[in-house]
Design a protein around this ligand. Structure first.
Ligand SMILES: [Zn+2]
Length: 677
């Protein structure tokens, strides 16, 4: 058996911990956890990279950034409508009863799929991030009570799960259960919620339960050692959670356990189709492409990047970069969504990017953002931020309705309501996406900036105030004033506590082919699309930076290998991808569907106007086009030699993709057939 580094390190730390007498055996299961979270719980970011040796950038805490611009009403809706209404849905669908039943406080039968515990955990995590932005006594009290009900059913062994009990107890952690049962997926979400709640409140109740599961149930019984049962992450999630637990406690056994899981355990034989679908079971570093279940794949990439950030293993970085090129060159929708196929909720072949059949699960787009945030931290390269922005403003933002109470599971790029498909719903029995969207919006301030040894990175543009410090400890405030993403001008005011030399890294978005940057009114050269512009100088309190990005709408074509998009264009303005909805094209009721519309491409004469009364305020684009005489009377086929009937000139009206399906059901398309001149 040829185990690599991860097993050697695992064995070394295991024996070292055992020798020191701090290895907690099963007989001490009810004792306090062997690992205590560090006491400095406040002011921690989403990912605490403060001691990660291979992180070039370190995130700033959610609490350090006050967002007041584009994302502010969305985040307010999240806290005041989405999170409370999802709480009611979770209770109405028995998610808490599953815990109360095991305490004898409910007679309701087990409800929901076997991964239902994770719904509560993800919801609690979104509350935790909301609390990091400001107090909310009601939400905190509700969540603290929920946490008490969760930890009350933890068994003396440390085991915690409301499905694999009673008649299902004998199935725990069997190979088949590990492949499909989501036990460690649920614990991974418990850990993420626990860490976020601890960092919000200092309350370690849930965190201690998570540590107890890992210390007393998992580590003694499962792993690479002789006599231990192997681990398979049937749905990756535990890897990144264990590594954040390592960052929270500094216990290296969690990092090594994550490395062992990422490597896979050859003692168990796994079907090749399962290795593809689960994106685990073989060494992560042997992967050459994105495949299988898209959310599993993205979460595995998150865990692997976290592992690289801590270990610097070059094989991981090589693999991660190869996979990223597969993402950006073959697999990602223009919306930042991923996962083309409904069957298996999976990646397709390279360039397989259907529009109406696109799966584009909200969770997969979120996984894409989470992965790219980690790649950004490892490298400081803006190509990753471009993906974050694309996914965030489009394929993630589309996942929640404007009123915050309806959610998309799929995020297709074309839609026909006559199929009967209802795209936005209050509830899905697999309700992974709604609380995932909620935790993403709640944690969003933590993605706007990073620090490095050289200074401060500005990743995302939106009106906000940063109140944090440079890595040398110098207090630093920075204010952004902008109408981004509707306008391309951004005004920054930089206020270090005292005049200080450092580098301000300004992201120049990849879509911004024309831009200007001035510092205190003086032009600054060197801005390149898709890169950070480093501005190193002595910064004085009140210094200003003006950025101006050209917001001219851009018509984009897909690689011809994307067969569904041949002869079509999409329109993007700034970071926002636009779409046509049928009800905005009211002048042409004869059209069977949106395919009748054509976009002129010979001239770039798209006009943009802000409509404050439409869809909570959006830019509406108008683009010259034509409508073909497609009617039900036309033949299904006709000789190609016949000259097509000329179209009638019309104006195409487009709204931001994220805002689609917020009015009455109507057809939608992102990719528009080109008008043949
Ligand atoms: Zn989902």
């Amino acid at each position: 058996m040829n185990f690599p580094l991860s097993r050697r390190r695992f064995l070394a730390t295991t024996s070292a911990v055992a020798a020191s007498g701090t290895l907690l055996g099963a007989t001490r299961a009810l004792a306090a956890p062997a690992t205590e979270p560090t006491p400095d719980w406040q002011n921690k970011p989403v990912l605490d990279l403060s001691q990660s040796p291979h992180a070039k950038l370190r995130q700033v805490p959610v609490s350090a950034v006050t967002v007041t611009g584009f994302w502010a009403p969305r985040r307010s809706t999240n806290v005041h409508a989405s999170i409370p209404s999802m709480h009611d849905e979770l209770l109405a669908h028995g998610r808490l009863d599953n815990f109360l039943r095991l305490q004898g406080r409910s007679t309701a039968p087990q409800r929901g799929p076997l991964y239902s515990d994770s719904d509560l955990y993800k919801w609690a995590e979104s509350v935790a991030f909301a609390l990091q932005s400001g107090p909310n006594p009601g939400l905190r009290q509700t969540t603290s009570a929920m946490i008490r009900d969760i930890v009350a059913v933890q068994e003396p062994s440390g085991y915690l799960n409301t499905y694999f009990v009673e008649g299902h107890k004998s199935e725990r952690m069997l190979q088949h259960t590990q492949e499909v049962g989501h036990e460690l997926y649920c614990i991974g979400h418990l850990l993420q919620a626990a860490i976020a709640f601890y960092r919000a409140t200092g309350d370690p109740t849930l965190l201690n339960a998570g540590i107890r599961f890992v210390d007393t149930y998992l580590l003694p019984n499962f792993g690479p050692n002789p006599g231990q049962t192997p681990i398979i992450a049937g749905h990756p999630e535990i890897e990144m959670s264990l590594i954040e637990l390592y960052r929270t406690t500094r216990n290296p056994r969690y990092l090594d356990l994550a490395g062992y899981i990422l490597h896979g355990d050859p003692r168990w034989t796994i079907k090749p189709s399962a290795i593809v679908y689960m994106y685990c079971g073989i060494p992560f570093t042997s992967r050459t492409k994105l495949e299988g279940h898209a959310v599993r794949c993205m979460y595995a990439c998150c865990g692997a990047t976290d592992y690289f950030l801590e270990t610097g293993d070059p094989a991981y970085w090589t693999t991660l970069n190869n996979l990223w090129h597969d993402l950006s060159e073959h697999q990602m929708y223009i919306t930042g969504g991923v996962g083309a196929r409904a069957e298996g909720e999976a990646f397709g072949n390279p360039y397989e990017l259907p529009n109406a059949r696109a799966y584009g699960e909200s969770c997969a787009a979120i996984g894409n953002m989470m992965w790219n945030a980690r790649m950004l931290a490892a490298s400081g390269e803006a190509r990753f931020t471009d993906v974050i922005e694309r996914a965030l403003y489009n394929g993630i933002n589309s996942g929640m309705s404007l009123d915050g109470k309806l959610y998309c599971y799929r995020n297709p790029l074309a839609f026909d309501p006559t199929t009967g498909d209802v795209i936005r719903n209050t509830w899905y029995d697999t309700t992974c996406c709604p609380p995932n969207l909620e935790r993403t919006l709640a944690s969003l301030p933590g993605y706007v900036y990073s620090t490095s040894k050289e200074g401060l990175y500005v990743h995302l543009y939106d009106s906000n105030q940063l109140d944090w410090h440079l890595e040398d400890g110098t207090p630093l405030k920075l204010t952004q004033q902008t109408q981004y993403p509707w306008q391309g001008n951004v005004h920054l005011t930089v206020t270090p506590a005292r005049a200080t030399e450092f580098t301000l890294f300004l992201r120049i978005p990849g879509w911004s082919q024309s831009n200007t940057v001035t510092v205190n009114g003086q032009p600054t050269a060197g801005a390149q699309p898709g890169q950070y512009l480093p501005v190193r100088r002595q910064w004085h309190p009140g210094d200003t930076v003006e950025l101006a990005f050209d917001m001219t709408p851009q018509l984009l074509r897909a690689n011809p290998a994307v067969t569904e998009d041949i002869g079509k264009v999409a329109i993007q303005r700034g970071p926002i991808v636009f779409c046509m909805e049928g009800l905005d094209q009211q002048a042409h009721p004869a059209a069977i569907n949106l395919a009748a519309f054509r976009a002129h491409t010979s001239t770039q004469t798209t006009t943009a106007r802000f409509d404050p009364n439409l869809l909570n305020g959006v830019i509406v684009l108008e683009h010259p086009g034509s409508i073909s005489p497609i009617t039900e009377q036309a033949a299904l086929y006709e000789p190609a030699t016949a000259s097509p009937q000329p179209g009638t000139d019309t104006t195409l009206r487009l709204i931001p993709y994220y805002a689609w399906a917020n009015r009455s059901p109507t057809a939608m398309q992102v990719w528009i057939p080109e008008h043949e001149a």
